[in-house]
Design a protein around this ligand. Structure first.
Ligand code: GCB
Length: 595
């Protein structure tokens, strides 16, 4: 499946805007066939947007169950004879789509795209009623997991073990798209170079009724000059005098893929290609065979009012700040981000650790401030074989979506799962293999939690590198940075013996914006700075530490909780993207690091 685009043979129609919307409080929508007629008692809802930050009604904000979106669209009259699809960039945490009364697709999982083939169900030039039912529920067989309980007053409540607000809705764009009946279904590129010659290995998948297997490939540089040409569905292009894609100095070629029938083009798809390599060599992380040190953040798609909506203006502000602070990377904690974010990271040369939505697979711990459940994480009743199948599919879907992005240099299959037990090893080790076989060209790992430290973790040995989140001086040794430093050094001495690169993918301390205290105390802006300074002193002692991604880029929403004041305040920036003292400090350090 490829993201829709406009080319000589393809067209798109964006369906963003106000849709009719109704929350199914009674759980009767399917039985009453709400999709079969115009929605009654409907209100307006923005697409894309999270529902939760828009409403003033607590029963809607915290709703658990199915929500209906509906609108009528006119299918462009020029689309006769084309394959017509509906492409949803994401619907959290799953969606069922009807055209008129016909169900055309049902998808589980909240942060990855899915599409429906509408061709047999619509007529170009005529109207069609589209209904999308978004299911907000998380269970032990979803990624991320959750459990729905009924409170004493009979209300349904969603439990989950991740430390960010469970925003729900249609967070990214919805598209109608037309392609030829026989079409380019997938494009995979893997790049390399030897000396000054670049290589682009390609693999094209074709679908549809015509028995076409012929393709023409044209690679152009940023000035539009043709630098290589190819023929056939698999092969390799060579670029003489290649300009590599480098962190901070992106360069993108344009690959035009044309499907040929009888020698004539019948479909066209284009992707951007950055030529670069990624490799681990002992404790070194190499991009283009040069050691790379990650500076940057774990982030969130999170904003006031719109929640997890993708918005280009807000995205640009984030990237402006990333550049201002001299960061060179981020992790898509804790789910795949909008495709626009990935495109933009490619374009500006920011390096990305791409993560699946597998967060909160640690029921005893809970993640961040979230209290543990006291249940076994891995058991037939909780996270089980069926969950692992869903998790495997999510890994494959993420890699299918993002494999061609030069910005992505690591796949993270999970954030802070339980990793110190045999059951965890049985669950996670095969999933690392799933990622490796889906993409042999990038390192694969998962992010280790503080409760499974060096010596007790059983899964990192199956990963290509060590990624750890540590909060010494915050959750442990609170306020005592000298003691925290000692513990952290001791732990890194352990991990260093693994002979793998180590990235500290989280370290952070909450700071309430505007709270100042001298001498510093936890929650003050001064303490956040001192905490970061201590952590950096520790990292600088270890050659194997090849990256620091501070938690978090910006303050973000969490569920109501006694240890969170208006959300998680570990941001270097406030939620409205203004710098705290920590941001000024990081800017100085990272300017020096990246010289
Ligand atoms: C963590 C989690 C992250 C939390 C963070 C915190 O370890 O990975 O999702 O937000 O700690 O602030 O507690």
């Amino acid at each position: 499946m490829l993201r829709p685009q406009d080319t000589a043979f393809r067209e798109t129609k964006n369906l963003d805007g106000l849709w009719n919307f109704r929350v199914d409080h009674e759980g009767v929508g399917r039985q009453q066939r709400w999709f079969a007629a115009p929605l009654t008692d409907a209100r307006a809802m923005a697409v894309p947007a999270s529902v939760n930050g828009i409403t003033t009604d607590g029963d809607v904000r915290d709703f658990v169950g199915e929500m209906y979106y509906q609108r009528v669209v006119r299918i462009p009259r020029g689309w006769t004879g084309q394959r017509i699809t509906l492409y949803l960039e994401s619907a959290t945490h799953g969606g069922t789509v009807w055209v008129g009364e016909t169900e055309v697709v049902a998808h589980r999982g909240g942060y990855l795209p899915f599409e429906a083939d509408l061709t047999p169900h619509v007529t170009p030039g005529e109207e069609a009623r589209i209904t999308i039912c978004v299911d907000t529920t998380l269970s032990y067989q979803t990624i991320p997991p959750g459990e729905v309980v009924t409170t004493a007053t009979g209300r349904k409540k969603q439990l989950y073990w991740h430390d960010f607000y469970n925003f729900t809705g249609i967070h990214r764009s919805v598209w109608l798209a037309a392609t030829p009946a026989t079409y380019v279904d997938d494009v995979t590129v893997i790049t390399g170079f030897a000396g000054t010659t670049g290589s682009v290995r390609y693999d094209i998948a074709i679908s549809g009724p015509a028995a076409t297997t012929d393709a023409r490939l044209t690679l152009r540089d940023e000035e539009g000059r043709v630098v290589a040409e190819g023929r056939g569905v698999t092969g390799e292009l060579s670029i003489l005098g290649v300009t590599l894609w480098r962190p901070g100095a992106a360069y993108l070629y344009d690959l035009q893929v044309e499907l040929l029938s009888g020698g004539r083009a019948v479909d066209e798809y284009r992707i951007k290609v950055g030529v670069r390599t990624v490799r681990i060599d002992g404790i070194r992380f190499l991009i283009n065979d040069e050691p790379f040190y990650f500076t940057g953040f774990g982030m969130h798609e999170d904003h006031v009012t719109v929640g997890k909506q993708h918005n280009d203006a807000l995205m640009l502000r984030d990237f402006e700040l990333i550049e201002w602070i001299h960061a060179n990377s981020f992790r898509t904690s804790h789910y795949p981000y909008s495709e626009n974010v990935m495109d933009y990271a490619d374009r500006v040369g920011i390096v990305v650790i791409a993560e699946t939505p597998a967060v909160g697979l640690h029921l005893r711990n809970g993640g961040g401030s979230v209290a543990g459940q006291g249940k076994e994480t891995f058991s037939p009743e909780t996270v089980n074989d069926a969950t692992r199948e869903v998790h495997a599919q999510v890994i494959r879907d993420l890699i299918a979506r993002d494999k061609n992005h030069p910005c992505v240099v690591i796949w993270s299959i999970a954030n802070e799962p339980e990793s110190g037990t045999e059951a965890a090893e049985r669950y996670l080790a095969p999933l690392l293999e799933v990622a490796r076989s889906a993409d042999p060209s990038r390192p694969v790992g998962f992010v280790n939690d503080m409760s499974c430290p060096y010596g007790t973790d059983r899964v990192t040995r199956h990963a290509d590198l060590v990624m750890i989140n540590r909060y010494f001086g915050w959750y442990l040794q609170t306020g005592d940075l000298a003691a925290a430093e000692r513990v952290f050094v001791h732990e890194l001495e352990g991990w260093s013996t693994e002979n793998k690169p180590i990235i500290v993918t989280e370290y952070g301390a909450d700071a309430f914006p505007g709270l100042h205290e001298l001498p510093a105390n936890p929650w003050s802006e001064e303490y956040e700075v001192e905490y970061l300074r201590m952590n950096h002193a520790v990292f600088d002692r270890f050659e194997a530490v090849v990256g620091e991604q501070m938690w978090n880029f910006a303050d973000f929403a969490t569920k109501g909780d006694i240890v969170r004041v208006g959300g998680n305040k570990k941001g270097a920036f406030t939620r409205d993207r203004q710098p705290k003292a920590a941001a000024h400090y990081l800017r100085e350090r990272w300017a020096g690091k990246n010289e």
